[in-house]
Design a protein around this ligand. Structure first.
Ligand code: GDP
Length: 363
């Protein structure tokens, strides 16, 4: 899963990116780096269920699910027409699964706001307008090729033409593409085109240090806007998170407690991103490793196995599943089995969030 951090200049994107990637990378010795590229980082998704599992099944290695973050700089008013870094940012956003839009909700006279004053709703509109204009251009450019392919009898291209036209008409009226409904096949085409306003969005309200955990009037405005468009808002103070990420564990816990937070922003952001993307986790647990895996809600057992390796999906026979609650009650897999609480599930089984599984498959 890959999420792109976007927002106007000076809203706190880089501060937040650095804080998230540093705290996330530090949380897992398996990803001992903060960033891959200056603007790309892999973070481990904090999940307290992993801690619970490893209490009963101590492994040699703990591998949490991961989230790739990309800090996408360069969107300013006119970006779609080549202002600022112009179109350079576009190629990055096209590849991500979700857009994390950082919105400035902090006042600070020392930090210039590009349009003069702090107004989160107009900031959101500027960004979304640029993305929409870029999508319109993508659609306009894609149409002739799709039409040519459709004329030569390509069935998928016929659907593509229809999707492109419907999206263009919708976007022409100023509507973001995520407000359109698509069938799974159409959604695949939309993803293939890299249409940015079709991607799910999560608003990150970067609040004032004095407003942690984030209930001030500016955040409320973002919440009202988000409710209208069916999105979620996560309040975060990037500056506070940056300070947190530099502390050792004990000091970090103390600083969090002093403001009434339970964890650094990474956990809240990652969980909200999962919800936004319709994702959930399952776990594999053994002496060698305990590991979290990410799957779409509704994925079947073979599809879940396919996330580990495509051969597991092809050769899927069955899986053995138990719940975290069973592990807490019976303390070991052996006892779960003895109590008859280890379920055997077949190809049709729809995975549940938090399932702990063994897959059996033919190679
Ligand atoms: P970007 O251009 O969106 O990447 O913004 P930066 O992360 O570079 O931040 C721009 C300036 O705003 C820097 O001086 C940050 O220290 C400051 N800043 C970022 N987040 C906060 C915040 O939550 N509160 C305050 N007061 N300043 C912040």
């Amino acid at each position: 899963m890959e999420a792109g951090i976007v927002g106007l200049p000076n809203v706190g994107k880089s501060t937040l990116f650095n804080a998230l990637t540093c705290s996330g990378a530090a949380a897992s010795a398996n990803y001992p780096f903060c960033t891959i590229e200056p603007n790309e980082g892999i973070v481990s998704v904090p999940d307290s269920r992993l801690d619970t599992i490893t209490k009963y099944i101590p492994p040699q290695k703990i591998i949490p699910a991961i989230l790739k973050l990309v800090d996408i700089a360069g969107i300013v008013e006119g970006a779609s027409k080549g202002e600022g870094l112009g179109n350079k940012f576009l190629s990055h956003i096209r590849e991500v699964d979700a857009v994390l839009q950082v919105v400035r909700c902090f006042e600070d006279e020392d930090v210039t706001h590009v349009s003069g004053d702090v107004n989160p709703i107009s900031d959101i509109e500027v960004i979304e307008t640029e993305l929409l204009l870029a999508d319109l251009e993508t659609l306009t450019n894609a149409l002739p090729k799709a039409e040519r392919a459709a004329r030569s009898g390509d069935k998928e291209a016929k659907v593509r033409v229809e999707v492109i036209k419907r999206c263009s008409a919708h976007a022409d009226e100023g509507n973001l593409l995520r407000t359109l409904e698509f069938t799974p096949d159409e959604a695949k085409i939309v993803r293939g085109l890299g249409l940015m306003t079709a991607k799910p969005v999560l608003y990150i309200a970067n609040v004032d240090e004095d407003d942690v955990p984030g209930n001030g009037p500016l955040v409320q405005k973002v919440r009202e806007h988000a409710a209208k468009v069916g999105a979620e808002v996560v309040p975060v103070c990037a500056k506070f998170e940056a300070e947190l990420s530099e502390l050792d564990e004990a000091d970090r816990a103390e600083m969090l407690e002093s403001v009434g937070l339970e964890e650094p922003a990474l956990g809240t952001v990652a969980r909200a991103a999962y919800r936004t993307l319709g994702l959930q986790s399952y776990f594999t647990a053994g002496e060698k490793e305990v590991r979290g895996w990410t799957i779409p809600i509704g994925a079947t057992a073979p599809q879940a196995a396919g996330v580990i390796h495509t051969d597991f999906e092809k050769g899927f026979i069955r899986c053995e599943v138990y719940t975290l609650a069973a592990l807490e009650e019976y303390k070991s897999e052996k006892e779960i089995r003895a109590a008859g609480k280890l379920r055997v599930e077949g190809k049709e089984y729809v995975m549940k969030d938090g399932d702990i599984c063994h897959f059996l498959f033919n190679t």
